[in-house]
Design a protein around this ligand. Structure first.
Ligand SMILES: [Zn+2]
Ligand SMILES: [Zn+2]
Length: 383
């Protein structure tokens, strides 16, 4: 049997999301979960990445999405009889009605339809028995935190204290929302069954369509007296403080994910995650190329001609370098191991310095001396 997965939750979109929203959410998530961005827990990222692909494959295809919306999964090979077609009154709609009446009167499932029914639902029909009680666990929301860094901040691993607010389960009522966690009474609407039933007529006769009781959300009970600590929500908001290690050499846009540090889930579901979005601010002195840095400096034409010592900026202050005589413009000097550490290894990159030669208006004395040089060089085109 195909496994039921909540593709909407995986893509973090509403059931009503447009195709455009689905596409947008997918683009954002594949970027977030790209295994190359999660070196610490690559395997988890790879799994998640696959899940996102799978969800997108279904939700981005209108036909598959329709099937999924109805049945909770997409059967292998799509719909029987040449696939699902749009339109009304076709096989697909009837099929939907059978599924809708599932758990109620099933006597009309005979003939060719029962095979198809089995093919789609298989053992699931038997195991779930048509009666669902309570809500499925729901994962809590993720919390997003932005952190920004300068290039020099990422030379070494750094520790940060992150403070944020999250919702967590109320201790007084253990997340039930009822006073002491026990002040419940039987739901008057469904008399505790958690189900809401409604008769429906179709081509095959009438069916009882069963859905979750809207008053008690399928719990069969409702709160008699609200927990005063959380006003019946079952959640409290709390300030969290965690220490995180930011790895050296992170790329701009990298995301660190801390599992279950986000908001509390519902109906026993796990908490969401805390996602730290790391930004590395641009530096006006350097262009970053992975772990290497590029910069340009201007030197005086005399120094270029005669050689000498020049100051070159690095992330840890200026350093002095000798240049040889007759250094031409566009010469590149490489400062080994002065760049950034690479993200996974700890080897540092280099700084590449391009030399620009700067001229300024010569003084009268300079002009005289330069003319002397011109004479020695037999340069005739001097003004
Ligand atoms: Zn109820
Ligand atoms: Zn409470």
């Amino acid at each position: 049997m195909p496994q039921k997965k909540d593709y909407y939750r995986i893509l973090e979109v509403e059931k009503s999301a447009s195709q455009e929203d689905v596409k947008k959410a997918y683009r954002k998530l594949v970027k977030e979960w790209h295994p190359d961005r999660h070196m610490e827990d690559k395997q988890i990222a790879e799994e998640k990445f696959k899940e996102i692909q799978e969800a997108y494959e279904v939700l981005s295809n209108p036909e598959k999405r329709k099937l999924y919306d109805r049945f909770g999964f997409v059967p292998e090979g799509g719909m029987p009889n040449g696939g699902a077609r749009g339109g009304t009154g076709g096989f697909e709609d009837i099929f939907g009605d059978i599924f809708g009446g599932f758990g109620g009167n099933q006597s009309s499932q005979g003939g060719p339809f029962s095979d198809i029914f089995d093919m789609f639902f298989g053992s699931e029909r038997n195991t779930s028995g048509g009666r669902r009680r309570g809500n499925p666990p729901q994962r809590g929301d993720d919390i997003h935190v932005n952190l920004s860094f300068e290039l020099k901040d990422i030379l070494y691993d750094s520790k940060k204290i992150i403070e944020y607010t999250r919702t967590s389960e109320c201790h007084s009522c253990k997340g039930t929302g009822a006073k002491n966690g026990t002040a419940f009474k039987t739901c008057p609407r469904c008399n505790g069954t958690g189900q809401h039933q409604e008769e429906q007529r179709t081509l095959f006769g009438s069916f009882i369509r069963t859905s979750v009781c809207p008053t008690c959300s399928g719990e069969g009970k409702i709160i008699e007296e609200k927990c005063s600590d959380c006003s019946g929500t079952g959640k409290i908001s709390s300030k969290e403080r965690i220490e995180v290690t930011i790895p050296a050499g992170i790329e701009d846009g990298a995301i660190l994910r801390y599992r279950e540090k986000g908001n509390a889930g519902k109906f026993g579901g796990p908490s969401g995650d805390l996602l730290m979005h790391l930004r590395v601010n641009p530096d006006k002195r350097f262009i970053r190329k992975g772990s290497d840095l590029e910069t340009e400096i201007k030197i005086n034409y005399i120094t270029a001609a005669l050689g000498g010592e020049i100051q070159i900026p690095t992330l840890e202050g200026n350093i002095t370098e000798s240049i040889s005589e007759a250094t031409n413009p566009d010469t590149v000097i490489r400062l080994k191991n002065q760049g950034l550490p690479s993200y996974n290894g700890r080897k540092r990159g280099d700084i590449y310095v391009k030399i620009n030669v700067e001229f300024n208006k010569p003084s009268i004395k300079e002009r005289k001396l330069l003319k002397e040089i011109a004479k020695i060089k037999n340069l005739s085109d001097i003004s």
